[in-house]
Design a protein around this ligand. Structure first.
Ligand SMILES: Nc1ncnc2c1ncn2[C@@H]1O[C@H](COP(=O)(O)OP(=O)(O)OP(=O)(O)OP(=O)(O)OC[C@H]2O[C@@H](n3cnc4c(N)ncnc43)[C@H](O)[C@@H]2O)[C@@H](O)[C@H]1O
Length: 139
C-alpha cells in the first residue's frame, strides 16, 4: 500500500510600518531548515485544525491572534522516498502576541519577502512566499 505524509500549516505575516514580514521557524533537528509553522495531520483532524494546532504548539500563536486570508496552496515533495503533501493557508498576525517556540525549533525570524526567500532553501517554498506576496499586493 502506498503511503503519503500529510501536513498542514500557516504562512503567517505581519505588517510593520507598511512592510510585510513573514514568520519562519528553524528546526532544532535535522538540517535546521526554515519553514512556516506546520506539522502532521493527526487522525480525525481536518487540515485547517492541524494548521491552527501546530501554529499554537510551535509558535504560541492562537487562532484569535490571527486573521485567515482567502489564500491557500499545497506543496508536494518527497521525504526519504515517501511523498509528502503540505497545505498552507495565509494568515495575518493582528495582535502583538510574541512568538513562543517549542523544543522542535531553535530560532525564528520575521523577514521581508526577499530575506525570507533567501533563508528557505526550497524553490517551492520560495514560490509559495512569492505567491502570498502577489495575493497581498492584489488585495
Ligand atoms: N531529522 C530529524 N531528527 C530528529 N527528529 C526529527 C527529524 N525529522 C523530524 N523529526 C521529528 O519529527 C517531528 C516533526 O513533526 P511535525 O512537526 O508534526 O511535522 P513536520 O513539521 O511536517 O516535520 P518535519 O520537520 O520532519 O517536516 P519537513 O517537511 O519540514 O521536513 C522533512 C524533510 O523534508 C525537507 N523539506 C522541507 N521542506 C521541503 C520542500 N519544500 N521541498 C523539499 N524538501 C523539503 C526537509 O529538509 C527535511 O529533510 C518533530 O517533533 C521532530 O522531533
Amino acid at each position: 500500500m502506498s503511503r503519503t505524509l500529510r501536513a498542514a500549516g500557516l504562512v503567517i505575516f505581519r505588517r510593520v510600518s507598511n512592510k510585510v514580514e513573514y514568520l519562519l521557524l528553524q528546526t532544532s533537528y535535522g538540517e535546521h531548515h526554515w519553514t512556516p509553522p506546520k506539522g502532521h495531520v493527526d487522525p480525525g483532524e481536518s487540515d485547517i485544525q492541524t494548521a491552527w494546532r501546530e501554529t499554537e504548539e510551535e509558535a504560541g500563536l492562537k487562532e484569535s491572534d490571527l486573521q485567515l486570508q482567502e489564500y491557500s496552496k499545497t506543496l508536494h515533495y518527497d521525504v526519504k522516498g515517501v511523498p509528502k503533501t503540505v497545505i498552507y493557508w495565509l494568515a495575518e498576525l493582528v495582535k502583538c502576541t510574541p512568538v513562543k517556540l517549542s523544543s522542535e525549533h531553535q530560532d525564528y525570524k520575521w523577514l521581508t519577502l526577499t530575506d525570507a526567500c533567501d533563508i528557505v532553501q526550497y524553490k517551492d517554498m520560495q514560490e509559495l512566499l512569492q505567491d502570498c506576496s502577489k495575493f497581498l499586493n492584489a488585495k
